[in-house]
Design a protein around this ligand. Structure first.
Ligand SMILES: N#[N+]C[C@@H]1[C@@H](O)[C@H](O)[C@@H](O)[C@@H]2O[C@H]12
Length: 438
């Protein structure tokens, strides 16, 4: 049985959330609309038309939620700042929004919980979208101004910062598949948006070096273990290529200052433009990569797909998201990232959506305890294999707005009754509480 004491003494355990998924108070105290406010209010974009208008009402209940974090015994808490709560029009400051995050940080510190702050977790101010959003090169400078302001505001107390959460999702789900806000479906736009997201990241890192001398800054990517879905040689080839599209595309420029050549070649072959501006800014050195790991992705060669591959379902047990439970992929990707980029790592998200049912005031989510134990074991294995892994944030602290899936998917270790906003520690939270003492 894995124990907390098996991990390095200074290893931190925490949980993660994001502003639009938990805060609510969408139209309160001067907050402006984000692209997700508009997207979720557009009929047909989210399950049941669910929105983040109220969510978990964390904006008002943050003290109660921090008490629950303390009861569990968390070392740290990763949350995101709502850019449109700080700058409703993308430029001018909304002081009430700033005040909220000062209160949140102070309450965390008062309870000995270390804040890890994500500057951007998908809720772009709609006012900036109207100026072109991630397709407008100027967005990087708007982001730099926002980042500089937040570093100045919170940098005396917050020493761990993440510029972007999963730019792959913001660009490819937001601009290619259209599953996420702003719901475009244009591959060239996705490539352009990805580049401007990385430019924004680089500008924020430069600002960080000027504003927060004793802090650490990194980038969080979704990291998928890409494997061939059958034994055909061409499926092994496409698996390597998809790894470049999804993983290397958002890591290589940040460390090496260039995109993976195989992927650039394929895009170019398809007549797509791959930007190369500001690679020096994009590759401004960072202190760590954040790793959001959930599952593996199986791909097979498919001439009918514009990029030559298609996804296939694996036969391992799956979560409520239909994602295979594959702890080995966490180990594999941690070692891969260490060997390729030689940077410290934090697991900034790992967790599962489960068939959580409230029964007599309890949620017996043993499947989630097993999931976490197996992934903790693989994280420890990676540390013992030489990976400089510094922490592990469970997704998520509490059930929340799961983007296009609305409130249908429960990832939390704390159950949220959305009718009453009552929080109930699931068995996984009780297990974690004991683990953190072990
Ligand atoms: N889906 N899913 C769960 C989770 C999502 O809720 C987070 O906001 C993202 O950072 C990442 O996709 C992972």
């Amino acid at each position: 049985m894995i124990r907390r004491s098996d991990f390095p003494k200074d290893f931190i355990f925490g949980t993660a959330t994001a502003a639009y998924q938990i805060e609510g108070a969408a139209n309160e105290d001067g907050r402006g609309p984000s692209i997700w406010d508009v997207f979720s209010h557009t009929p047909g974009k989210t399950l049941n038309g669910d929105t983040g208008d109220v969510a978990c009402d964390h904006y008002h209940r943050y003290k109660e939620d921090i008490q629950l974090m303390k009861e569990i015994g968390l070392d740290a808490y990763r949350f995101s700042i709502s850019w449109p709560r700080i700058m409703p029009d993308g430029k001018n400051i909304n002081q009430k929004g700033v005040d909220f995050y000062n209160r949140l940080v102070d309450e965390l510190l008062k309870n000995d919980i270390k804040p890890f702050v994500t500057l951007y977790h998908w809720d772009l101010p709609y006012a900036l979208y109207e100026k072109g959003g991630w397709l407008n090169p100027d967005i990087a400078l708007y982001f730099r101004a926002y980042a500089t302001f937040m570093f100045n505001e919170l940098g005396d107390r917050v020493k761990h910062w993440i510029t972007l959460n999963e730019p792959w999702c913001s660009s490819f789900l937001g601009y290619y598949t259209g599953e996420h806000a702003p719901g475009h479906q244009n591959l060239q736009e996705a490539i352009t948006a990805a580049h401007n997201l990385l430019r924004a990241h680089g500008h924020a890192v430069q600002a960080f070096r000027e504003e927060v001398k004793d802090g650490k800054v990194g980038l969080t990517n979704v990291v998928m273990k890409i494997e061939p879905g059958d034994a055909k040689p061409e499926s092994f080839l496409v698996a390597n290529l998809v790894d470049k599209f999804v993983n290397a595309w958002f890591h290589d420029p940040v460390v090496f200052g260039k995109y993976p050549e195989e992927a650039v070649a394929l895009y170019t072959e398809k007549g797509l433009q791959v930007p190369d501006s500001d690679m020096n800014i994009i590759s401004t050195p960072i202190d760590f990569f954040g790793v959001n790991y959930y599952t593996r992705t199986l791909v097979v060669f498919d001439m009918n797909n514009p990029l030559g591959f298609s996804y296939v379902q694996g036969d391992l047990p799956k979560t409520e998201m239909g994602w295979e439970i594959y702890p080995q992929g966490l180990f594999d990707m941690l070692v891969y990232l260490k060997e390729r980029y030689k940077l410290p790592l934090y697991i900034t998200e790992n967790g599962m959506a489960g068939p959580d049912k409230l029964e007599n005031g309890r949620v017996h989510d043993n499947y989630r305890i097993e999931y976490l134990e197996k992934h903790f074991e693989k994280a420890l294995e990676a540390i013992n294999a030489g990976v400089d892994l510094k922490g592990y944030f469970i997704w998520s602290l509490m059930d929340n707005f799961e983007w296009a899936y609305g409130y249908s998917k429960r990832f939390g270790i704390i159950y949220v009754d959305y009718n009453t906003q009552k929080r109930i520690l699931k068995d996984s939270a009780l297990w974690l509480k004991e683990f953190l003492k072990s």
